[in-house]
Design a protein around this ligand. Structure first.
Ligand code: AMP
Length: 592
């Protein structure tokens, strides 16, 4: 994401030297919250966009989700706010309510140390009066969808006369969804650029309509474009796995169990995540170390040395700390969090396949990041092959193979006379030789059974439903103000399921149920991971699944009950993974 591409490097170059957040001119309260969230260095778009934004310049940023664009405009916007002044000073327009909530949450996080900062997400589906009351109490930043913002402007509950900054986020999406005239109308209600209003426009693509808006409403904007030139990409095997955020750790451990691994470098975006993933792997028995910017140089060097010497198998690192690591043993790079741009991706995967060896790179992609994946493919000019998350059966198979190998080795290398005599005695007693061997194998593996214990809730492997409808459970109901339109809207917008395909909806006091064609089930559960419904984190799964499936193979969804069929008034609260079947020992619940 540089304006002028560097000359082609002899090998994958490290990401462009990134300034620290301090150097960008951000105020202390913002820097403090960035330390807390664990960002080590600005992403390229942040490094390029923040200084001109802080200087008051208008900006066009061609960037999509995953590049760090939210913090790019968010930090500059927060710095422009005068908390003592109780008026709306910044407005962010987003195409969807989910994005509005996400951006508002991000602003809230970055603005944690700004005294009395109030950020309000406003979107359709919520009560206008309630929003109006909150606006009346005083709000500094409003983040919302164009339709609802217009409603408030017309009612007079939102005034833009003190606005200093307007951000159009995902402008091309707003265009696609038919909001562009609304956006223009809203811009015309704000003070003109000549009165000091600053405007930033972010868009993944730049269709002519968006350029026209920029020409009309932005003043001498600085333009930041994506790097369009493919860089030299190391020739290594590249794959990706589609996972929901909460499944990443499980996906990583399954990879570690099923891939022919020598040494692994795992990349996360923040130092907090690097420390956390490393701790969790350690708790699962792996030999692992973290590598991040909170460690001093000698500590970092020690970690790299231990990796090189084979004393640790896995290093979980941030981009900054892993810059330039050169360890031939690295057989795999796992992009646990998607890199923020092409340069970072190329640098990361270039840590493997060194010294003429084969290397593998695996990228975890959450449903929202699919677009970033396409960009990576487009600009590397290489396919990143889809791979499915290794199943429990894959893990069991691999463990069996490894165990057999250990047995063969032991037979070849060990003096077994004493044990042989013992086995012969048992056989003379009439026991079957194979059964004796199986019992011995069982004892040898008691601490680490060949089969994988899977907790259904965290497994993320959902029945591959094909025909008919499935009934899904949602963890919000009448009490939370859920209406059928909210559910249809959420599933249609977030999961891309055509509204007309959504079946009957039942809303109870605390829960709701919706029928969807079984073929969309996986897609819905994946894409809606992390979504919210009426402002609450949404939990969505096959109705009754947690209770019904403590053990045994996944079930095919059963035929749906007839519309309006009798159900218990209030289904019991969903039972989490701590429900039945989580006892210790080899009898732990599992399903292939
Ligand atoms: P965005 O492109 O704004 O949707 O951001 C994508 C993700 O990157 C979010 O999860 C952010 O928390 C994260 N992020 C943003 N800036 C940084 C940074 N400088 N370092 C690490 N992570 C970041």
């Amino acid at each position: 994401m540089k304006k002028t591409p560097p000359a082609p490097p002899p090998e994958a170059a490290p990401p462009p030297p990134v300034d620290s957040f301090q150097e960008l001119g951000l105020a202390d309260p913002l820097l403090r919250s960035l330390v807390e969230v664990g960002y080590e260095a600005p992403t390229p778009i942040q490094a390029i966009a923040i200084p001109p934004l802080l200087a008051g310049r208008d900006l066009i940023g061609q960037a999509q989700t995953g590049t760090g664009k939210t913090a790019a405009f968010g930090l500059a916007l927060l710095q422009a706010i005068e908390p003592a002044e109780k008026a709306v000073q910044a407005l962010v327009l987003t195409p969807t309510r989910e994005l509005a909530i996400q951006v508002a949450e991000a602003l809230h996080t970055y603005g944690k140390y700004l005294q009395r900062l109030v950020v309000l997400p406003v979107y359709g589906g919520q009560s206008l009066e309630q929003q109006q009351r909150r606006l009346d109490r005083g709000v500094h930043v409003v983040v919302g969808t164009p339709g609802r913002i217009m409603d408030h402007l017309r009612r007079g509950s939102l005034k833009l006369d003190r606005i200093r900054m307007v951000v159009l986020d995902e402008a091309d999406e707003m265009l696609r969804m038919g909001f562009i005239e609304d956006v223009e109308w809203i811009l015309s209600q704000a003070p003109p650029p000549s009165a000091g209003r600053q405007t930033a426009l972010f868009s993944a693509t730049m269709p002519p309509e968006i350029r026209r808006i920029a020409q009309r409403h932005l003043q001498d904007p600085m333009s930041i474009e994506l790097e369009r030139k493919a860089l030299t990409v190391p020739a290594i095997d590249q794959r990706y796995i589609l996972v929901a955020q909460p499944q990443k750790l499980e996906a990583l451990t399954r990879l570690l169990e099923t891939e022919p691994i020598e040494a692994v470098l795992v990349f996360t975006r923040t130092k907090n995540a690097a420390a956390e993933v490393s701790e969790k792997l350690e708790a699962r028995g792996y030999s692992v170390a973290a590598l991040h910017g909170d460690m001093n140089q000698p500590m970092r060097e020690r970690v790299v040395e231990r990796l090189r010497a084979g004393q640790v198998e896995i290093v979980v690192a941030t981009d900054v700390a892993a810059r330039g690591i050169d360890v031939d043993r690295i057989s795999h790079v796992v992009n646990y969090d998607i890199p923020y741009d092409l340069g970072a991706y190329i640098h990361r995967i270039g840590r493997t396949g060194r010294a003429g060896r084969a290397g593998s790179a695996v990228l975890f992609v959450t449903p929202r990041e699919r677009r970033m994946l396409q960009e990576l493919e487009r600009y590397t000019g290489q396919r990143i092959q889809a791979m499915r998350m290794p199943t429990a059966a894959d893990v069991a198979l691999r463990r069996s193979e490894m165990f057999k190998e250990t047995l063969r080795k032991t037979i070849g290398e060990q003096d077994l006379d004493l044990y042989l005599a013992l086995v012969e005695e048992l056989v003379e007693e009439g026991l079957d030789l194979a059964v004796v061997a199986a019992a011995a194998a069982y004892l040898a593996r008691r601490e680490r059974p060949l089969e994988l214990a899977v907790e259904p809730e965290t497994s993320g492997f959902l029945p591959s439903a094909d025909g008919g409808m499935v009934r899904l459970f949602l963890n919000a109901g009448r009490q939370a103000g859920v209406r059928p339109a909210d559910i249809v809207g959420a599933i249609a917008n977030e999961a891309g399921v055509p509204g007309k395909e959504i079946g009957s909806i039942d809303i109870d006091e605390r829960y709701s149920f919706v029928e969807v064609p079984a073929r969309y089930h996986q897609q819905i559960v994946e894409r809606m991971a992390g979504a919210t419904l009426r402002g609450r984190p949404l939990e969505i799964r096959i109705a009754g699944e947690a209770e019904k499936r403590p053990a045994g193979p996944p079930r095919r969804p059963t035929a749906p009950p007839a519309r309006g069929a009798k159900r218990p008034e209030r289904p019991g609260p969903p039972r989490g993974p701590k429900g039945a079947g989580k006892g210790p020992g080899p009898k732990r619940s599992r399903w292939p």
